[in-house]
Design a binder for this molecule. Structure first.
Ligand SMILES: Nc1ncnc2c1ncn2[C@@H]1O[C@H](COP(=O)(O)OP(=O)(O)OP(=O)(O)O)[C@@H](O)[C@H]1O
Length: 236
């Protein structure tokens, strides 16, 4: 289980995570909050991409500070901009990058087939559509067989169809998933949704009350600043 203990983190003296303590045990966990509330930073602490200034992040009791390699292997990370995650010239080569061992070829073929990429195996990865790129980024992480998947807005750049395809794929995974999103309807059926604001978890519960809390928070904020209420992400 992933655990955060009094996690605090600042960039250039500006605190973006404030004393966050969490046990992440549920199978499907959503993380929502306004731009800049600290979601990505929190997500990045989960596999050691960010090591907090103070406090600790533990996987089964092992600190990301001291077990970075192991934790990065066990906790896969998918970014919203898949292009930054695609490292190899062709689709099959990119997936193969994460595989070790004798049955590598078989596993690459299987994962390409499972994610609808087998027809594209020798295609240049940079020529794929946005949806295919995101599927490739996901496949290249899944082929490493992580126990937990952290997805940082994986559908932000996708159209509705591809959003649904990725959502369906994530839903069907056996792995624990921590999903950051501004697409609030994606969270229906999740076991737990965390709402972040100003580097703190301000709500922790079921999807419906979490979304209601977040929407109300954004409306309050809009009223305070005189901006139109609940435009953009909060209205979705
Ligand atoms: N590497 C960095 N160096 C300096 N500041 C950073 C860095 N990464 C993030 N920040 C700042 O920290 C704050 C929190 O950012 P973070 O990306 O964690 O928020 P977020 O909730 O994921 O936002 P979004 O919804 O826009 O992705 C923001 O103000 C951001 O500008």
């Amino acid at each position: 289980m992933l655990q955060l203990r009094n996690v605090t983190h600042a960039y250039d003296g500006r605190t973006v995570l404030r004393d966050v303590t969490l046990d992440l045990a549920e199978h499907r966990i959503g993380l929502i909050g306004a731009n800049g509330s600290g979601k990505s930073t929190l997500a990045r602490t989960l596999n050691g991409l960010v090591v907090p200034d103070s406090g600790s992040v533990l996987l089964d009791g092992k600190d990301t500070r001291r077990h970075a390699r192991e934790i990065r292997r066990r906790v896969g990370f998918v970014f919203s901009d898949a292009a930054t995650q695609i490292l190899m010239p062709t689709v099959a080569e990119d997936v193969a990058l994460g595989v070790r061992g004798g049955d590598a070829e078989r596993r690459v073929e299987e994962i390409l087939r499972r994610h609808g990429l087998d027809g594209h195996r020798d295609h240049p990865a940079h020529l794929l559509s946005g949806g295919q790129k995101q599927m490739l980024a996901l496949a290249s992480v899944l082929v490493t067989d992580p126990e937990i998947l952290v997805c940082d807005e994986p559908t932000t750049l996708l159209d509705l169809h591809n959003t649904k395809v990725i959502e369906r794929t994530l839903r069907a995974l056996p792995q624990q998933v921590v999903l950051l999103t501004h697409q609030l309807d994606t969270l229906a059926g999740f076991d737990r949704v965390l709402v972040m604001d100003g580097g703190r978890i301000v709500f922790d519960g079921a999807p419906e009350p979490a979304v209601a809390h977040y929407t109300a928070l954004m409306e309050r904020r809009a009223a305070e600043t005189g901006e139109p209420a609940a435009g953009g992400e909060a209205g979705r």
